[in-house]
Design a protein around this ligand. Structure first.
Ligand code: BTN
Length: 269
């Protein structure tokens, strides 16, 4: 269905027209001892999102799972998810859609309000283009395998997307532009994935470059946020990202580091 691979990538590529979940397939490959493999599908029938949420993955998207075995402690693994988010954001930008990262790893359309730390209010921005579901197995001191499940709404129409989501096709067509749903707004997924993987491999090979790149691509930093964590809600201003990927939030009671959670950008007062 259009992205059958022969990719020029630093990974072996396994392509499916349709699969339950590329992450599940990559986990099976991990159990078989494989590494440096990328599973790509045109469509997923049982795709999974973060926090046990459903992820809608119709034909036309970029549904990719990267299986690697980095030689790092499990505590350092989140940095690879950050690298994937940077690579996804760069690929979206190269496709002509101004994207940015919402902590920890959602790729959203950015607008003028998002770009500033001056309290300006978001307009059309904030719609979700892409997300990552990372899964891992490890021992105390070493990651055994890591699966980075990357979902990018690429050549998908608005009516096939969940509320709050958008696609590269919709954004490239532009509001009111009648090219929506036609090939002119579509990206070449094969080239897009090749670029995405190339950029990810580059960052994965240079871990010190990941956090600075993430900071540059972030929409969250400088924004008022509400983060739902397993131990309650944190509200304040997001001020930095700290190794291995914690969000530093300045709250009324001081600075708090949040390691995991669901982050919402608040409208600045
Ligand atoms: C999120 O909740 O934002 C993460 C969504 C991750 C979806 C991708 S699509 C490829 C891979 N396979 C899955 O089943 N999920 C991930």
């Amino acid at each position: 269905a259009g992205i059958e691979f022969g990719l020029d990538a630093p990974y072996a590529v396994e392509y499916h027209d349709a699969v339950g979940s590329t992450n599940d397939r990559a986990r099976t490959l991990a159990e078989e001892g494989r590494s440096d493999v990328v599973v790509v599908a045109d469509e997923q029938t049982g795709s999974r999102g973060r926090l046990d949420r459903e992820w809608v993955a119709p034909s036309g998207g970029v549904w990719v799972s990267v299986l690697i075995r980095p030689d790092v402690a499990p505590a350092r693994a989140p940095v690879f998810t950050l690298a994937a988010a940077v690579a996804m954001t760069d690929a979206c930008r190269e496709a002509g859609v101004d994207a940015g990262i919402k902590w920890p790893n959602d790729v959203l359309v950015r607008d003028a309000g998002d770009a500033g730390t001056d309290g300006s209010v978001s307009g059309r921005g904030g719609r979700k283009l892409a997300g990552i579901l990372t899964e891992m197995e490890g021992e105390a001191d070493r990651v055994s395998w890591l699966v980075l499940g990357i979902g990018i709404n690429a050549n998908i129409d608005a009516d096939a997307l969940p509320v709050g989501a958008t696609s590269l096709r919709v954004e490239r067509a532009g509001p009111g532009n009648t090219t929506e749903g036609t090939a002119t707004a579509d990206i070449d997924r094969r080239r897009f994935v090749a670029r995405l993987l190339e950029r990810f491999a580059e960052l994965a090979a240079d871990p010190d470059a990941i956090l600075p790149a993430w900071r540059e691509h972030a929409i969250t930093l400088g924004r008022r946020v509400r983060v739902e964590t397993s131990s309650g809600e944190v509200i304040g201003t997001a001020v930095d990202i700290e190794p291995p990927g914690a969000l530093a939030v300045e709250t009324d009671d001081g600075r708090v580091r949040v390691h995991a959670g669901d982050c919402e950008h608040l409208r600045d007062a």
